[in-house]
Write a protein that binds this ligand. Structure first.
Ligand code: HEC
Ligand code: HEC
Length: 213
């Protein structure tokens, strides 16, 4: 009696799991449709247009290149970013990145994010853009003259990004919350550039970046 009851219960359990899509599940097909579905989980912080949310520290990600989005999602997963115990804002994103655990999901959502329109974020900080233009000459080699980013040196676009987020990241590089993991080679190329900037120089270079189209 008992064994058959148990097996009945087990198969009922399996049926229920199957209805919920939790068993014998074929992996979702990677691509735009999957990426769009996954993006629903990003909306609470990054917004429906991907433009970000200052209160939550979430940047404007819509229209960032796919290679960069993928690279950063991997860095969060590997603990190259968002791993410092004091980096509570980065930690929010790290836990999100870990949810992208099915084969192809990380690439699919990155593809979808890259397909979104890049909207500019209005400046909220003040700085001297003219003075910042001089400091920006150092950044040109990697981020490009118009802040468009250069994939060959793993450097993201900066133009159009929220100034408060750019400042937060320069500070994280300077403090060593970003760009210090021994395996994070590309992050290490950025860190010295943040370390030479004081608070005023950061505000100024960011004010200049806000003028780039
Ligand atoms: C709980 C809020 C939250 C959710 C949900 C979330 N993010 Fe984030 N995301 C953040 C925060 C906060 C940061 C900034 C982390 C930092 O300061 O280092 C961030 C940063 C990023 C970055 C780095 C951008 C850059 O310019 O370097 C990418 C890419 C990103 N998120 C993609 C996603 C994607 C894709 C999803 C959905 C699968 C997602 N995020 C869901 C909060 C969130
Ligand atoms: C030697 C190349 C190099 C130079 C020069 C350089 N950067 Fe970077 N920068 C990078 C790389 C590579 C990254 C991406 C790091 C990563 O993957 O975490 C980056 C990332 C950044 C980020 C984070 C962007 C984001 O979306 O999270 C900011 C802000 C930034 N750089 C600003 C600057 C500024 C301002 C200068 C000039 C003062 C500068 N960089 C000079 C290579 C460089």
């Amino acid at each position: 009696m008992m064994p058959s009851l148990r097996s009945a219960a087990v198969s009922a359990g399996l049926c229920l799991a199957a209805v919920l899509g939790a068993c014998n599940r074929a992996p979702p097909t990677p691509g735009m449709a999957r990426g769009e579905a996954l993006f629903d989980t990003c909306v609470p912080c990054h917004g429906a247009e991907g433009h970000g949310n200052r209160e939550l520290g979430a940047p404007n990600i819509g229209g960032l290149p796919q290679w960069y989005v993928e690279a950063q999602l991997r860095k969060f997963q590997l603990g190259h970013r968002g791993a410092n115990p004091f980096d509570t804002v980065g930690l929010r994103m790290k836990s999100m990145s870990l949810a992208l655990d099915l084969e192809g999901d990380l690439e699919s959502v990155a593809q979808y994010v890259a397909s979104m329109a890049r909207t500019r974020s209005a400046p909220v900080l003040t700085g001297d853009a003219r003075a910042g233009q001089t400091s920006y000459q150092v950044c040109v080699a990697c981020h490009g003259p118009s802040g468009q980013g250069i994939e060959a040196v793993n450097s993201p676009p900066l133009a159009g990004q929220s100034d408060w987020y750019l400042l937060a990241q320069l500070e994280k590089f300077k403090k060593g919350w970003r760009g210090t993991n021994p395996e994070d080679i590309s992050g290490a190329t950025m860190r010295p550039n943040a370390m030479i900037l004081d608070e005023t120089a950061m505000a100024n270079v960011i004010a200049y970046i806000q003028t780039l189209q």
